[in-house]
Design a protein around this ligand. Structure first.
Ligand SMILES: Nc1ncnc2c1ncn2[C@@H]1O[C@H](COP(=O)(O)OP(=O)(O)OP(=O)(O)O)[C@@H](O)[C@H]1O
Length: 312
């Protein structure tokens, strides 16, 4: 196992923020840590890079225990939401900065920085000032600055949340491309499930400092382990106990004797969401927008198969 975390616990002034987390990350894998605000995602990264001391448990990188190692001795770099580039240095100087500490000569460092700029597809910005770059370009340089030192493990803490939607999409693709080209193992923190689905090999879902499930995006969506995962990942109509049905898994048919009635219709473009009132509960249903649509007041019959979670 490339990275192995065992029983990791962090207590801040009697507040238990991380509860005995155990998980592993494979070589070259992109593990996404997904969870709501305050669930402990940043604290977990900080225990991995050594900026926070763990209360108990162990962290091993390539078999070697690093639980108490200083951050600079860990071969791990972190990219944050704020780019933290040096404003008084140009693009090339920013990229070369970290190589100084690896005792790499100026000429070799410059060659590496130019190669990184090619990888980032930003060659023409070599001598540009940081303040003349867009937010997306600055984040790409920040990524490059972390990648150039060839860390064993790269941690990313919501790195794209300052960027607009379109740019976020292209940065995700870019990050995956860079990861494949360089073969770097990554742990990426986000609270955005679409982002997690788009880039993860596996997703670790966390709530209140506890691991709820670790699985691929499709497994989390199709076989959620508990109610938290079911409702955090996508939408669901909850039935009794562990039963549920996803909104897109329900068929709707116009039926003048139907038990259901459409009480809300929300147009979403490619899809339409309907809220249907039944004698005992209401359901949300998502249908593709393919011409024929239902209207508020229509009587309908629903058909669906009930799905089951493992536990509550
Ligand atoms: N230095 C600290 N001292 C005390 N409590 C802290 C400290 N750092 C974090 N916490 C608490 O630990 C909990 C988890 O915080 P953390 O920042 O790890 O969550 P997060 O999931 O990254 O949240 P967000 O998505 O909002 O950044 C929070 O309740 C927070 O208040």
């Amino acid at each position: 196992m490339f990275l192995e975390v065992k029983d990791l616990t962090k207590v801040y002034q009697q507040k238990n923020v991380l509860h005995q987390l155990s998980f592993g990350v494979e070589t070259g894998e992109m593990l996404v840590v997904l969870g709501p605000s305050g669930c402990g995602k940043s604290t977990l990264l900080s225990c991995l890079n050594g900026f926070t001391q763990v209360t108990s448990g162990t962290v091993r990188l390539l078999g070697q225990e690093i639980t108490k190692a200083m951050p600079e001795d860990r071969d791990i770099t972190t990219v944050f939401q704020s780019y933290s580039l040096f404003p008084h240095m140009n693009v090339l100087q920013n990229l070369m900065y970290g190589l100084k500490f690896q005792k790499i000569g100026k000429k070799a460092a410059k060659a590496k920085a130019i190669k990184m700029l090619q990888l980032l597809q930003m060659t023409e910005y070599q001598t540009a000032r940081i303040q003349d770059l867009s937010g997306g370009q600055q984040q790409r340089i920040a990524l490059g600055r972390s990648l150039i030192v060839a860390p064993k493990l790269l941690l990313l803490d919501e790195p794209f949340s300052n960027l607009d939607e379109k740019l976020r999409l292209s940065m995700r693709l870019e990050l995956r491309r860079l990861q494949k080209e360089l073969g770097i193992t990554m742990v990426f923190v986000t609270h955005d499930q679409q982002e997690a689905f788009a880039i993860a090999d596996r997703i670790l879902v966390m709530d209140a400092g506890k691991i709820q499930q670790i699985a691929t995006g499709a497994e989390l969506y199709n076989q959620p382990k508990n109610k938290f995962v079911l409702t955090f990942i996508g939408e669901a109509n909850q039935l009794a106990n562990t039963a549920y049905v996803r909104p897109e898994c329900i068929d709707l048919r116009l039926d003048t004797n139907g038990q259901g009635q459409i009480i809300q219709k929300i147009f979403q473009g490619a899809t339409i969401n309907y809220q249907v009132k039944l004698p005992t509960q209401t359901f949300w249903i998502t249908r593709l927008n393919r011409g024929a649509a239902f209207e508020v007041g229509d009587l309908v019959t629903l058909t669906y198969q009930v799905q089951q979670m493992e536990g509550k």
